[in-house]
Design a protein around this ligand. Structure first.
Ligand code: NAL
Length: 331
């Protein structure tokens, strides 16, 4: 695969294509970063961006993972002590998942976000940005019903971090796009450069196929799940024999979450995917790419129950090293 295709595969959006092409032409030593609010246990949302980081490492990028402790604090995720503890566990799980330690730098936000120069820059960007603009940037990230002053400081600091971490590419889920757009707009007013951004898709809720999979509501898959948990969760997933399901009775869009998980989580990490079936049901099938599997589900060649069983076992293989690391840390 050529470098541009590798670093942009499965991306929902790149801003801009020209800027990414320039990075793809000369990736050695370039730095890409993702930030995460620390949480004790990784879930599939974290792993989706981690898959992109692994692609970028393969292309020669250095990876910066921001353990965004101050941001989690601003977003009401706990006391500062609690947040710091979960950040360390998070690092261990990412390494167990497959980020290459020699190409990954983990940085705590608090290691520079209290510095005088940084704090003054935060105030300057506060001066440049309307309240409305900051609130809109935060709408998809904010937890809790009531907007707090901290919620408008948050995206401004996230924008500044792109400069302070000295990165060439910002990576995040599609829910981060408004923050990245704000950064592109406001960083030049502080005489800082504009950086490109790459956004990964948002996976639909497993059970309904609607909206987004989220840890606050509905079923999520996490590093803590046992093989049995995974089977149970995946078995209850919505999986019509099509990649383009009809909207529900209320007109809400639906996706096929089982296919999404194959596309974004399984195929990027495995060369081949084998569906094991008894000979009387047609025997094993080996897939080398996602399209073939999706086509077989649509044609009826692959039964949803077999797709689900296969998905559960590949997900188990993906999370097993992180699950074991968590158990060690807790014993
Ligand atoms: C991502 C988050 C917080 C701070 C960041 C700073 C720089 C780059 C990325 C960052 C977390 C993210 C989330 N806003 O919603 O998970």
């Amino acid at each position: 695969m050529d470098t541009y295709d590798l670093i942009t595969r499965n991306a929902e959006e790149v801003v801009t294509e020209e800027e990414l092409e320039a990075l793809a032409d000369d990736p050695e030593g370039k730095r890409a970063y993702v930030g995460y609010e620390p949480s004790g246990v990784l879930h599939l949302g974290h792993l989706l961006t981690a898959n992109k980081l692994i692609d970028l490492q393969e292309a020669g990028f250095e990876i910066v993972v921001l353990l965004a402790d101050v941001h989690a604090y601003l977003n009401g995720k706990g006391t500062f002590e609690e947040i710091r503890e979960t950040a360390e566990q998070m690092r261990e799980q990412f390494l167990a998942y497959g980020l290459d330690e020699s190409q990954t730098e983990f940085v705590y936000g608090s290691s520079y976000q209290m510095d005088e120069e940084y704090v003054l820059d935060v105030h300057q960007i506060e001066l440049e940005t309307s309240l409305n603009r900051a609130q809109r940037a935060m709408a998809e990230i904010q937890s809790g019903e009531t907007a707090k002053v901290s919620h408008v400081v948050y995206p401004l600091m996230q924008a500044l971090d792109i400069e302070y971490l000295d990165v060439d590419l910002a990576v995040g889920g599609l829910d981060q796009r408004k923050v990245h757009m704000l950064a592109r707009e406001e960083l030049p007013s502080l005489d800082y450069d504009v950086r490109p951004a790459l956004h990964t898709p948002i996976i639909a809720d497993l059970i309904s196929g609607e909206g987004k999979m989220s840890s606050s509501e509905g079923v999520t898959i996490s590093m803590e799940d046992t093989a049995e948990d995974l089977e149970e969760k995946v078995n209850s997933a919505y999986c019509p024999p099509t990649r383009d399901p009809e909207p529900d009775e209320d007109g809400n869009d639906r996706e096929n979450p089982v296919l999404e998980l194959f596309q974004y989580h399984v195929f990027p990490r495995f060369e081949t995917v084998v569906v094991e079936r008894p000979d009387q049901y047609g025997g094993d099938i080996t897939y080398e790419d996602y399209e073939d599997l999706a086509e077989d589900l649509e044609s009826g060649e692959l039964h949803p129950a077999d797709a689900k069983g296969t998905l559960a076992s590949y997900l188990d293989e993906l999370i097993a090293p992180g699950r074991e690391r968590l158990e060690e840390l807790r014993s």
